[in-house]
Design a protein around this ligand. Structure first.
Ligand SMILES: Nc1ncnc2c1ncn2[C@@H]1O[C@H](COP(=O)(O)OP(=O)(O)OP(=O)(O)O)[C@@H](O)[C@H]1O
Ligand SMILES: Nc1ccn([C@@H]2O[C@H](COP(=O)(O)O)[C@@H](O)[C@H]2O)c(=O)n1
Ligand SMILES: [Mg+2]
Length: 246
């Protein structure tokens, strides 16, 4: 009850952005500018949102940002910058899956077949890889890049990890720009060819957009205009992350 009332008190509008790569964000409990916070309220908020554990209160749930966007929208590029400027751990679901392929495991063979087709790997596999990586990193703020890609991913994460994200950053990019970027990426990825790219775009529209809509309905999505140079886009990203309390 207290927590719910406090949550309502803590809702604030995010700062407005006038840059070319602007963001549009919804209200949620982490959109607090420190300068706007009444001190007592801030202290109360920390008390109610901290997860005191058996170590006497030092263990906190990590702040989780899901980072979504179409193939080639620039998720990985922007996550690298966020990690470096804001101290987040960067966990890319695609990289974890490719790492599993490289390990030569039996699961890796199945994953490779699915990635070549641009389809979605069974959620239990991906969520287990993410869960282990989160455990290993023990970071207190985490970017989960390229996840959840479908409703099944989302529901499985909630079941296994027992969490929802604090925020969902969505990079909004036109299809023709994404295709151009992917064809120019040149990293030897088995899925960066026009046939697979077309399939990935279809999967994005049919399975990933509904997840973005779900989180929008829960007020968690911050949409970033992902056109322009990587640095221009990062200006909007920087404004967003500077406004968060984590
Ligand atoms: N703003 C930008 N303008 C032009 N090229 C960009 C921009 N941002 C990223 N790129 C380039 O586009 C390619 C795809 O970017 P990136 O790997 O970050 O996308 P992604 O969303 O992670 O893609 P995927 O979903 O396939 O992993 C890379 O070669 C990257 O260097
Ligand atoms: N949650 C996810 C994320 C990725 N995949 C598969 O990996 C491919 C590459 O992902 P990137 O984020 O690096 O583009 C993707 O096309 C899927 O085949 C997945 O199944 N589930
Ligand atoms: Mg990527």
């Amino acid at each position: 009850m207290w927590r719910r009332r406090l949550g309502a008190l803590l809702l604030r509008s995010p700062p407005s952005s006038s840059s070319a790569a602007a963001s549009s964000c919804q209200h949620h409990r982490h959109h607090l500018l420190p300068s706007e916070e009444p001190l007592a309220l801030n202290r109360l908020a920390r008390l109610f949102t901290s997860q005191a554990g058996s170590d006497g209160g030092n263990s906190q749930k990590p702040f989780i940002a899901f980072v979504l966007g179409g193939p080639g929208s620039g998720k990985g590029t922007q996550c690298t910058k966020i990690a470096s400027d804001f101290g987040f751990a960067h966990l890319s679901a695609g990289d974890l899956l490719r790492h599993e392929i490289a390990s030569g495991s039996e699961k890796g063979e199945l994953i490779l077949d699915i990635i070549k087709e641009g389809r979605i790997v069974p959620s239990e596999i991906t969520v287990e890889l993410i869960r282990k990586a989160m455990e290993t990193s023990s970071a207190n703020k985490v970017l989960i890049d390229g996840f959840p890609r479908c409703e099944e991913n989302r529901i499985t994460f909630e079941r296994i990890v027992g969490r929802e994200p604090d925020i969902v950053v969505f990079f909004d990019c036109p299809e023709d720009e994404m295709v151009k970027r992917l064809l120019g990426r040149n990293q030897g990825r088995v899925d960066d060819n026009i046939e697979t790219i077309k399939k990935r775009l279809k999967v994005f529209e049919s399975l990933n957009i509904p997840v973005v809509d779900y989180y929008s309905s829960r007020g968690k999505v911050c949409k970033i205009n992902a056109t322009g140079t990587a640095d221009e886009i990062f200006e909007a990203v920087r404004k967003l992350f500077s406004s968060l309390r984590f």
